[in-house]
Ligand binder design. Structure first.
Ligand code: FAD
Length: 300
């Protein structure tokens, strides 16, 4: 999403191409009839699957069919792809936030990217809704150093929104009850409410705060509520075993799946994560793949 495509990504792709790697783009494994799992397994001695984990969590509620509601990745991918195709000429894709009241559902990093992208498109307003409470300003007692500090922070998207709109766009402890649409099916707003987390026999569940329901306007809603694992077509076609979170089952350090010669690495194996982990897993899978093919390996 944010990594410089020309100076960083393309440079690396060019280096690898010069080393002898063939890149084939516009190939959809699991869907293209020409590139089936069966053919790949027949034609190649080893396969490393790193298809990411971009299956977004949906919000199935009344009015979800309104025109103007998108999964975050539909919006972000369309934008990045358009910008690359148009060499950042200042124009924006057909799916854009210009002049719209935007509501981003989900207060995480992907939501931040939706906020930042909407602002750059020239949205009229942007709000980010989060169902969890606002994190504390300082570490809680059960979150000591050296654990990752779970504290309130402003990322670039919220900082840009605050600079333009005067405040952090996030609203915490808010749930969406339904989407509203006009007579031709266009999204016009959301009915939202405040919630509190109540302990229900050891399981916390959200409970609506009485009298807090209200309608907010929106012509664009972006769903950024986390990821459900890898797209399943590849997994199904290869008949790969998965873990409880639907990621491909393969141990870190070995990266071997239930199929001999088929490895899995990165988000597809560990779930939606970070670039540093993707690099670590890519290197590890290369080492294990080399060992599988050659019997020994010099790779670190
Ligand atoms: C919106 C967003 C923002 C992020 N921001 C950050 C950040 O700021 N910092 C950070 O460290 N991490 C960030 N991440 C996480 C980071 O992008 C991932 O952890 C990392 O890219 C995972 O690398 P990967 O190679 O495993 O998978 P990916 O980078 O997801 O790559 C998977 C590739 O496989 C291709 N593919 C998928 N299915 C098929 C198929 N069937 N056939 C052929 N090709 C296929 C995809 O097109 C893609 O090119 C972000 C993620 C998202 C979604």
């Amino acid at each position: 999403m944010k990594l410089d495509k020309e100076e960083v990504v393309q440079r690396r792709v060019d280096l690898m191409a010069a080393e002898g790697i063939t890149f084939k783009t516009k190939v959809n494994i699991g869907q293209d009839s020409e590139w089936t799992a069966e053919k790949l397994r027949k034609d190649f001695d080893a396969i490393v699957l790193c298809c990411g984990a971009t299956l977004g969590r949906d919000l199935v509620t009344e009015g979800r069919d309104a025109k103007g509601i998108y999964l975050a990745m539909e919006f972000l991918t369309a934008n990045t792809s358009y910008q690359l195709d148009h060499h950042f000429d200042g124009t924006i894709p057909a799916l854009n936030a210009k002049g719209k009241d935007v509501v981003v559902i989900g207060g995480g990093d992907t939501g931040t990217d939706c906020v930042g992208t909407s602002l750059r498109h020239g949205c009229k307003s942007v709000i980010q809704l989060e169902i969890m409470p606002m994190p504390p300003m300082e570490r809680a007692a059960n979150n000591p150093w050296p654990e990752w500090p779970k504290v309130y922070k402003m990322d670039y998207g919220q900082e840009e929104a605050a600079a333009l709109q005067g405040a952090d766009p996030r609203q915490y402890l808010v749930n969406t009850k339904r989407f509203l649409k006009d007579e031709v099916g266009n999204l016009t707003g959301l009915e939202i409410c405040n919630i509190e987390w109540v302990n229900d026999n050891g399981r916390f569940s959200p409970k609506e705060v009485e009298g807090s329901a209200r309608v907010i306007p929106a012509q664009l809603v972006l769903l950024a509520m986390g990821f459900m694992g890898p797209e399943q077509e590849v997994v199904k076609q290869f008949e790969l075993e998965t873990d409880a979170r639907s990621n491909v089952k393969a141990d870190h350090g070995k990266f071997t799946t239930n199929l001999p010669g088929v490895f899995a690495a990165g988000d597809m194996r560990r779930g939606q994560s970070l670039v540093v982990w993707a690099i670590n897993e890519g290197r590890g899978a290369a080492r294990e793949c080399d060992k599988y093919l050659m019997g020994v390996t010099n790779l670190p």
